[in-house]
Write a protein that binds this ligand. Structure first.
Ligand code: FAD
Length: 587
């Protein structure tokens, strides 16, 4: 089971011992004067709020489901309190539970979900659809204003590969399937979905669809919504069912409406997805460019000439520095060669180089031409080939990165990510404006400095996704205010410079203040109307995605005046958290 206070398997910690320069580099980047230990509290120090029970609902539910499908056990409740955002983990690590679900329910079929939603609607009980719980915008945290019972619907027991249509290249899969199980089942039939988000090991098909997720090979296969052929979604008003067509003009596309619905309109129970023969070749390589701009120009030409690889990721100067420090230093002959290459690159103008990782996947014969043409374009723009080992070590470290966040949070570091997408016209200005704004903000930190880096991934004809990571030493007693200051600064900068509110992390409650700016006031009204029709009592995932009032604000858990230390079991005050508010765009 996933850690309740962090990422991944309880037994795994970030392999810092394999990366001797990494922590010294991070400490100097953040201008950390001394190391402060901030480990998570022990499990015994976490006080769970007592569950609210709707007895009529519970009795009716017990008639419909088996006993082992329902639990109010504190351990299960704790594991379903929070997603994996920085504020989520910060609060969990302090043992502070803002709100907890009162009951965890494990449906095993579409009919089980129908039964739960019908009863919840009848008895006015809130339901939060929950896949892997990897959301990082507050999408699965209970946020009920009143005193209704809250049920978390844990979907992972619905994980069957229902059927594969080999003629149509489609597969019908239950929505609770976790990434590894889904790929294992498909690959046993010679197919792959080709959707590999960084959270792949712990996230589900339903979660991907409900958040419009993007996997690392989206350049080749598209985002998850591009792969959805048809779906089933259970709502309090009934079940929406779409049928499998390659394309259709039967009114607005309801598949697109279900994708990105974040559990506020219904529960996705199954989906028919486009699948692809398992790629025979996976060829990943690294390149150095003289600067970020020349890498961007190279990507644009790959797209224009139709030679885009299956995956492309361009790291800026900040992220390249991080990548160099993730590596174990070379030894012996390797070190000698590396020194020679470094000298040559410096002499030829790669003084502040940036890394590009490029991957080609598919059948060798279909790749040859695309790869040759692609390599020529990369070379033309100064791409210096680093070979396949860079691609391999990047693929290996990719799934380690979330463990690094836990490691630095143990040492009083704030670390988070914000992502957006912009048209090519806006990509470089947005990158420059966001980097500059964050660097300026670091000057106000007591330590006076911090880390910011960005990579481009998920490319399109019209633009791409930009993914920023930033870190600074935590301000003791003001950790959440500090985080929300950066969140607001970065998001306001995205909105001002032509970026979307989110390319693939979704809205949850953290991004709600900017929804009107993103989709227009009438757009928000349209979403409200839809919600009112499908879920008139507002039982589904309250407080997420659709702002209910025109003036919305993000709630910030306020740290008590005497600081966060000792803020644990004793000071727990359910539903009476003080709040600080801000509005999108305000200073
Ligand atoms: P959950 O977190 O359980 O739920 C997410 C939302 O979907 C909630 O609103 C929930 O109510 C709703 N939901 C879940 N299941 C259903 C259902 N069956 N029906 C209706 N609604 C449902 N995202 C990416 O797109 N690409 C990445 O590369 C990526 N990398 C990440 C790396 C890390 C370390 C972390 C922590 C997160 C990352 N994410 C990424 C974000 C997250 O993994 C995605 O949003 C993912 O799609 C969530 O899937 P999940 O199964 O964990 O859903």
């Amino acid at each position: 089971m996933m850690k309740w206070w962090g990422w991944g398997d309880q037994k795994i910690t970030f392999p810092m011992h394999e990366k001797p320069t990494l922590w010294p580099w991070i400490s100097s980047k953040l201008n950390m004067k001394s190391e402060r230990a901030t480990p998570p509290v022990a499990r015994k120090d976490v006080a769970m709020p007592p569950p609210t029970v709707n007895h009529a609902f519970l009795a009716a539910l017990k008639e419909k489901l088996k006993a082992d499908q329902i639990t109010s056990d504190d351990e299960a409740r704790l594991h379903h309190c929070y997603g994996k955002s920085y504020p989520n983990l910060f609060l969990a690590r302090k043992g502070y539970i803002q709100q907890a679900p009162d009951l965890i329910v494990y449906p095993r079929s579409h009919d089980d979900v129908v039964a739960v939603i019908e009863l919840a609607n009848k008895h006015d009980v809130c339901v939060i659809p929950f896949g892997g719980g990897t959301n990082i915008v507050g999408g699965i945290d209970p946020r009920e204003d009143g005193d209704r019972m809250i049920v978390t619907l844990q979907m992972t027991q619905m994980s069957r590969l229902i059927s594969v249509d080999k003629m149509a290249n489609t597969a019908t899969i239950e929505a609770g399937a976790l990434g590894p199980k889904l790929e294992q089942d498909l690959q046993a039939q010679g197919y792959s979905l080709g959707h590999y988000p960084d959270s792949f090991e712990y996230s589900t098909l339903g979660g991907w669809l409900a958040t419009r997720s993007a996997g690392m090979q989206s350049d080749a296969y598209g985002k998850i919504e591009d792969m959805a052929v048809c779906m089933k979604m259970v709502t309090p008003a009934g079940t929406i069912v779409t049928r499998p067509f390659p394309a259709s003009s039967a009114g607005p596309d309801l598949n697109r409406l279900m994708c990105g619905s974040e559990g506020v309109l219904g529960v996705i129970t199954e989906a028919t997805m486009r699948v692809h023969p398992t790629p025979a070749v996976k060829d990943y390589r690294g390149f150095l460019f003289k600067n970020f701009e020349s890498g961007v120009v190279a990507i644009r030409e790959l797209i224009e000439k139709n030679h885009l690889p299956s995956m492309i990721r361009l790291q800026d100067e900040g992220e390249t520095e991080l990548a160099f420090n993730m590596k174990s230093p070379p030894k012996g002959l390797q070190a000698f060669v590396a020194k020679g290459v470094k000298g040559y690159l410096k002499r030829t103008g790669y003084t502040k180089p940036v890394i590009m990782v490029v991957g080609w996947e598919g059948l060798e014969e279909s790749l040859v031409h695309r790869r040759e043409e692609g390599l020529a374009i990369l070379k033309k723009h100064g791409g210096f080939a680093l070979g396949k080992s860079v691609g391999t070590s990047w693929s290996k470290d990719k799934f380690n990165m979330p463990y690094l966040r836990d490691w630095v949070m143990d040492r009083a570091v704030m670390c988070d990510v914000s992502e957006t997408a912009a048209t090519w016209t806006n990509v470089l200005p947005l990158h420059a404006a966001t980097t500059a704004a964050v660097k300026e903000k670091f000057k106000q930190e007591p330590s006076g400095d911090g880390y910011v880096g960005c990579h481009i991934s998920h490319t399109y004809e019209t633009g791409c996704c930009l993914y920023f990571t930033y870190a600074a030493v935590q301000r003791p007693g003001q950790e959440l205010e500090q985080y929300y200051e950066y969140k607001k600064l970065v998001t306001d900068t995205f909105m001002r410079t032509g970026g979307t509110l989110s390319h693939h992390h979704a809205i949850g409650y953290e991004h709600m203040p900017w929804m009107e700016q993103e989709v227009s006031p009438t757009g928000v009204e349209a979403l409200r109307a839809l919600k009112a029709k499908l879920d008139p009592k507002g039982i589904l995932n309250p407080g997420k995605l659709i702002p209910q009032k025109l003036e919305v604000s993000t709630e910030v858990a306020k740290i008590p005046a005497d600081g966060i230390e000792g803020w644990g079991a004793q000071s727990f005050q359910p539903k009476t958290l003080q709040t600080a508010t801000y509005e999108a765009g305000s200073d």
